[in-house]
Design a protein around this ligand. Structure first.
Ligand SMILES: Cc1ncc(COP(=O)(O)O)c(C=O)c1O
Length: 380
């Protein structure tokens, strides 16, 4: 099946008894055992619940993983994943990653003995130099958040394969979704998502997902999910299932709009830089085209005066000034004070996450309305 069909099939007729087209919301904490020593396959909803299972199976199918795992948020998913590692282990992470991922490593997991080196993963030499004998994982975002840099997933996985002890390559695929990029097919070991974004797609649910190729690794992740317990509840699993069905059609429209908005921004006199991998001058465009089937709906741009972001955020009417991304509604975010505030100011400045940078998650509105809204908001 093609990916758009797989998305529509998410949770389709999982209840064979009634033939319900939509997976029922199994709002139950526990399940009756038929006999001593017997189980229906479901015992207690932290361990497994049929509505959650439908969404976990859907993710595994879309990403071509062995099994899927649904969590209460993207951060809960990343936390569970980091529990695969032990004190003394080292990780390499994309330097302009989501600020919450940076904070989790820098403020919390450091207390449990994990160390991390943050590098520009679009530069394979930087990744190679960061390798240590204790490196156990490379966690990538591609495109990065918010600077839209592209990491070469295949090159990084082949680097990880050549080391003496195995290194997991983990890809946070939140920005593109499996509709545009499937890292497990490119050699990555694990894929994570903030399902709060493109997968659910309507800015109405917070959730996280993990999938992996190797059955033994999936067993470990399943153990951690059950042991730590930050699972996705049945109501939110259902919302995610419903959102997944329109994944293909939403992303196609978001991407078409994003390309038009990016091109328009490049012509605006107050805009000094536009970061979008679909623009011909984007340095990662060739790699993007070799590993993904599109460029996505996210872009960032730099304005020529630090007073402009506040004006734009105040004046937008079609776009909403809010953090998050990937929904049908267009959102505009100010990374330096919102999503990336936990990255130290000097690091932000070095990376280019400046007080003049704005990030757009382009929705499915009429693109003319989005552009007209930006035009009036940018007018000085
Ligand atoms: C790329 C990326 N990964 C992970 C997360 C964390 O996900 P959540 O907000 O669902 O916990 C986010 C949130 O914005 C994100 O943008």
């Amino acid at each position: 099946m093609k990916i758009s069909t797989k998305a529509v099939q998410a949770g389709l007729v999982t209840d064979k008894t009634t033939g319900a087209i939509s997976t029922p919301i199994y709002q139950t904490a526990t399940f009756r055992h038929p006999e001593l020593g017997q189980s229906t396959g479901y015992d207690y909803s932290r361990t497994q619940n049929p509505t959650r299972k439908a969404v976990e199976d859907a993710l595994a199918s879309l990403e071509e993983g062995h099994a899927g795992f649904a969590f209460a948020s993207g951060m809960a998913a990343i936390t569970a994943l980091l529990m695969l590692y032990r004190p003394g282990d080292h990780l390499i992470i994309t330097e302009d990653c989501y600020g919450g991922t940076y904070r989790l490593l820098d403020k919390l997991f450091i207390q449990f003995g994990l160390s991390a080196t943050f590098v520009d993963t679009s530069d394979i030499e930087e990744v190679r130099h960061a390798l240590q004998p204790s490196t156990k994982a490379i966690l990538l975002e591609t495109p990065t958040n918010p600077l839209m840099k592209i990491a070469d997933i295949k090159a990084i996985t082949s680097l990880a394969c050549k080391t003496t002890s195995p290194i997991h390559v983990i890809v946070d695929n939140t920005f593109l979704s499996p509709y545009l990029q499937r890292p497990l097919t490119l050699g990555a070991d694990i894929v994570i998502h903030s399902g709060s974004k493109y997968l659910s797609g309507h800015n109405d649910v917070v959730c996280g997902l993990v999938t992996a190729k190797d059955p033994a690794l999936c067993e470990k992740i399943g153990f951690i999910q059950n042991a730590t317990g930050a699972i996705l509840g049945p109501q939110d699993s259902w919302l995610l299932l419903r959102g997944l069905k329109t994944l293909a059609i939403r992303i196609r429209q978001q991407q078409e709009n994003a390309l038009a908005v990016a091109k328009w921004l490049t012509t605006h006199p107050s805009v000094t830089k536009v970061y979008y991998p679909g623009l011909t001058d984007h340095p990662g465009r060739a790699i993007q085209e070799s590993q993904a089937s599109g460029y996505g709906g996210m872009l960032s741009f730099v304005v020529d005066h630090p007073r402009l972001p506040a004006q734009v955020l105040r004046k937008v009417k079609v776009l909403q000034f809010a953090e998050s991304l990937g929904g049908v509604e267009s959102l505009i975010t100010f990374p330096s004070v919102q999503t990336h505030a936990d990255i130290p100011a000097d690091v932000r400045e070095r990376l280019g996450i400046s007080d003049c940078l704005l990030r757009l998650s382009v929705g499915i509105e009429d693109v003319e309305d989005i552009i007209a809204d930006l035009a009036q908001a940018l007018e000085q």
